[in-house]
Ligand binder design. Structure first.
Ligand SMILES: Nc1ncnc2c1ncn2[C@@H]1O[C@H](COP(=O)(O)OP(=O)(O)OP(=O)(O)O)[C@@H](O)[C@H]1O
Ligand SMILES: [Mg+2]
Length: 222
């Protein structure tokens, strides 16, 4: 296909709290779309490019109060710009679909609603850093935080101390409830882009909801 006929790929992000099922479901959606002949790049935030993965380590390990909120936001955006420029935008330009395990809504939820930074401030940084770049579709996995945390804790328990990426899981229970609400509020405010998926069912049930939603939105398999 030459440059003139190549259409831009779609950018899909997955959001939701700890253990909601994002990493499980991004893999299943990648398999589903690949099976339909779509060229898919699977990526994640923070991270998704070599430099951004280095910044990830600063964010996902250590104690919950390691960073002041503004430093944390700026680290996320330092990683996000690297991820966009090095991974997401080139893939979309090549007509590939990009599925990201978290994107900017997580910053609005965790650092905005969760840590009390003014949403307008996060929006200003988002504008400056990304020129207000948002996914074509965001799937918000809504799972009871108690269920999500017990899933995530069981997963982390199988890892060594050095392998654990549990900084956000160590936050207090009340913050997880606030986060869940923050993601639901984001979905309410952005009904065109965001769709809420109930994450409490079996892995197969959730995957079916997601593939049906994605097919309906992008007109696949019709
Ligand atoms: N629907 C489900 N039912 C039961 N277990 C699940 C379900 N979805 C995922 N799991 C399991 O729960 C654990 C957490 O799931 P996963 O890693 O996909 O969540 P996550 O949203 O990516 O979490 P985190 O925010 O911590 O990265 C994994 O061990 C996974 O196998
Ligand atoms: Mg995950």
């Amino acid at each position: 296909m030459n440059k003139n006929t190549l259409s831009r790929g779609k950018f899909i992000s997955f959001e939701g709290g700890e253990g909601a099922g994002k990493s499980t479901q991004v893999n299943l959606l990648r398999d589903h779309l690949s099976g339909m002949g779509i060229d898919v790049v699977l990526t994640r935030e923070p991270g998704g490019a070599p430099g951004a993965e280095e910044i990830r380590q600063l964010l996902v390990t250590g104690e919950p109060d390691k960073w002041v909120p503004m430093t944390e936001i700026l680290l996320f955006y330092a990683a996000r710009v690297d991820h966009l420029e090095r991974t997401v935008l080139p893939a979309l330009a090549q007509g590939k679909w990009v599925i990201s395990d978290r994107y900017a809504d997580s910053t609005f939820a965790y650092q905005g609603a969760g840590q009390g930074v003014d949403r307008a401030v996060v929006q200003q940084i988002h504008q400056l850093a990304t020129n207000n770049f948002w996914p074509d579709l965001t799937l918000i996995l809504d799972t009871d935080p108690a269920v999500g945390l017990s899933r995530a804790t069981a997963r982390e328990a199988a890892l060594s101390e050095e392998q654990r990426e549990d900084r956000y899981e160590k936050m207090q229970g009340e913050s997880h409830a606030r986060l869940r609400q923050a993601f639901l509020d984001i979905a309410d405010k952005n009904p065109e882009r965001c769709h809420v998926i109930t994450g409490g069912g079996t892995i197969g049930d959730v995957a079916t909801q997601i593939s049906q939603q994605v097919s309906a939105i992008f007109g696949l398999g019709l």
